[in-house]
Design a protein around this ligand. Structure first.
Ligand code: CMP
Length: 259
């Protein structure tokens, strides 16, 4: 009898052990899924960086080859929102369009921008202006929103729906609400790096290149003017020519130190 009870006890113990192992396996599987998701997300980010960095590297190689052959240097590839020949007077007169939207939509756009590696470092005032300028766009199921290789003019934030991103016919990922896409061609002044198609009906917010660049340049030029004024107020720099001060202002970085 004692042996039967012992066996029953041992069996109960084994069952409990198995139950605990099953629970651990479930937990580890969940962790694995989360890690797979993270790897996929990082892989996508890496692919995105590669697709904008490669053209720049190729350009640099072409550049050094042409420089070696005595051809004049062309300007380096840059994020297209860098201030160019405009001055602050031109841009301060530009009135940006304003499209009213619900507080939820405003939050969704802001969060989408802050979640995007290429846009999250924008200043909050710039993000606010982008939010205000974005207008609604809708596409039906199976529509092509962006075609790889095309010249791009719009950046989108998805409010509702699902899209698929492919490159050279290979699926890269799917994207749902709260995601930015179409930013690379505008930020890096390159052609569309991938194709984006709808899997269901989608609701998007869009901003065009011109508005986007006005927002970027205006902030850049305001900062440049502020930095110039600051540099001119520093006695050591007072004798420097305007041109040199302007170059210094281009590379000046603000840093906060608490005393
Ligand atoms: P853009 O190149 O303007 O147009 C295609 C868009 O697809 C691109 O901007 C990105 O927003 C998006 N995209 C490109 N490559 C990837 C990727 N590997 N993962 C997710 N999205 C991508």
């Amino acid at each position: 009898m004692g042996t039967l009870r012992d066996l029953q006890y041992a069996l109960q113990e084994k069952i409990e052990e198995l139950r605990q192992r099953d629970a651990l396996i479930d937990e580890l599987e969940l962790e694995l899924d989360q890690k797979d998701e993270l790897i996929q997300k990082l892989q996508n980010e890496l692919d995105k960086y590669r697709s904008v960095i490669r053209p720049a590297t190729q350009q640099a190689q072409k550049q050094s080859a042409s420089t070696l052959q005595g051809e004049p240097r062309t300007k380096r590839q840059a994020i297209s929102a860098e201030p160019t020949a405009f001055d602050i007077q031109d841009l301060s007169h530009v009135t940006l369009p304003f499209y009213p939207k619900s507080p939820q939509s405003k939050d969704l756009i802001k969060e989408a921008i802050l979640d995007n590696d290429f846009m999250k470092n924008l200043e909050l005032s710039q993000i606010q202006e982008i939010v205000d300028c974005m207008y609604p766009v809708e596409y039906g199921k199976d529509s092509c929103i962006i075609k790889e290789g095309d010249v791009g003019s719009l950046v989108y934030v998805m409010e509702d729906g699902k899209v698929e991103v492919t490159k050279e016919g290979v699926k890269l990922c799917t994207m749902g609400p709260g995601k930015v896409f179409g930013e690379l061609a505008i930020l890096y002044n390159c052609t569309r790096t991938a194709t984006v198609k709808t899997l269901v009906n989608v609701k998007l917010w869009a901003i065009d290149r011109q508005c986007f660049q006005t927002i970027m340049m205006r902030t850049g030029l305001i900062k440049h003017t502020e930095y110039m004024e600051f540099l001119k107020s520093v006695p050591t720099f007072q004798s420097l020519p305007e041109e040199i001060l302007s170059k210094l202002a281009d590379v000046l970085e603000e840093s906060l130190h608490q005393i």
